[in-house]
Design a protein around this ligand. Sequence first.
Ligand code: NAP
Length: 364
Amino acid sequence: MKINSPNIDRKEIGNAGHLEQHIFAAYVLQAPVHRPSCIDATEKMANFVKAVKFYNGVECPILGLGTYRGKNQEVYDAVKHAIRAGYRHIDTALIYGNEADVGRAINDSIKESAVKRKELFVVTKLPGSCNRPNLVVPCLKKSLSTLKLSFIDLYLIHTPISRVPLGDDILDSNGKLDENGDDIMDDINPVDTWKAMETCVDLGLAKNIGVSNFNSQQLQAVLDDCRIKPVTNQVECHPFLPQTKLRKFCKDRGIVITTFRALGGQVRKPDAPSILDHEVVKKLAVHHSKSPAQILLRWQVQQKDLIVLAKSTNFQRIESNTAIFDFELSEEDMNELAKLECNFRYVPFLEGIASKQYPFHIEY
Ligand SMILES: NC(=O)c1ccc[n+]([C@@H]2O[C@H](COP(=O)([O-])OP(=O)(O)OC[C@H]3O[C@@H](n4cnc5c(N)ncnc54)[C@H](OP(=O)(O)O)[C@@H]3O)[C@@H](O)[C@H]2O)c1
């Protein structure tokens, strides 16, 4: 009998893992038994998602809603629905072209008292075409103006790969193209970009700053010459690419890894393996009476040191992707998933391979 979410039944309550049991209990106990839609029950469930603490004491919800490729009304509806379903961490980027709709959904949710601004953790990113230091603060101001927010909880350098901007002071996620239509690479030292990111904190525009798609050497260069340490490095990570060495590197330096492509993403080359369809993932899904997506998201949150993003604009999947705190993968399950490691990257950023700062030439 379903009592709370499409993915939680009484059997699962009995199996709730001890670590998250109190959170899960709160989740269940606040829910009315009769619900025309699970959203009615979720208004009070803001705390179902645990938080990970950064080195500076700031807490970030362990599960965030990704918005890549979400556009217009669809992403607006998705963000509003996610907030009502308890998500408090929303990830966008200037390059996604959806900051206006994401911001509108956030502001409308606040106006409708579904959430308070201080409860939300909103992330946006500096595009590689604005990595020149003089463009960083103006670019964040532009994002904030589009989002209609006075500050961002976390601002990330989206990529160490810099592209030549369209003009000296043009803030656009598109960069200049050569005669073949290829991106023109810009030679920017990420440490210089980082110093301008620190100014964003000084000005109160960003509460936290971090990087994305940085390798260990790029991160170390920032660490060696920064006033404010990055709180996170947002990178691709899943059982095909568990990022064991980069995670250890970051952990040793007090930097949390945030992961994307946990579900393998939307666009796949025809020959790319689908992690959602992998037979081990599907077998574990049957065994735990969960979906393959829930197995993959559980793998992430069970690592203890990861924050994970999952993108969906489908209401049912937005909700079901949260039902990952009521079961545990056993050591044997985790060992089986560990065998899937094959160093496969869904997002190799090959368009930037000519850049001096291409991050994936080295092992991690
Ligand atoms: N920093 C970076 O360079 C970078 C790169 C990539 C992504 N990101 C961030 O990370 C977020 C997540 O990554 P991603 O969007 O690339 O990939 P993802 O979250 O791994 O996968 C999203 C895809 O999975 C589908 N999906 C969601 N829930 C599902 C479920 N329960 N069962 C089956 N399919 C499901 C979604 O379709 P529906 O929408 O139809 O449900 C969508 O097609 C992004 O949205 C973005 O915010 C950052």
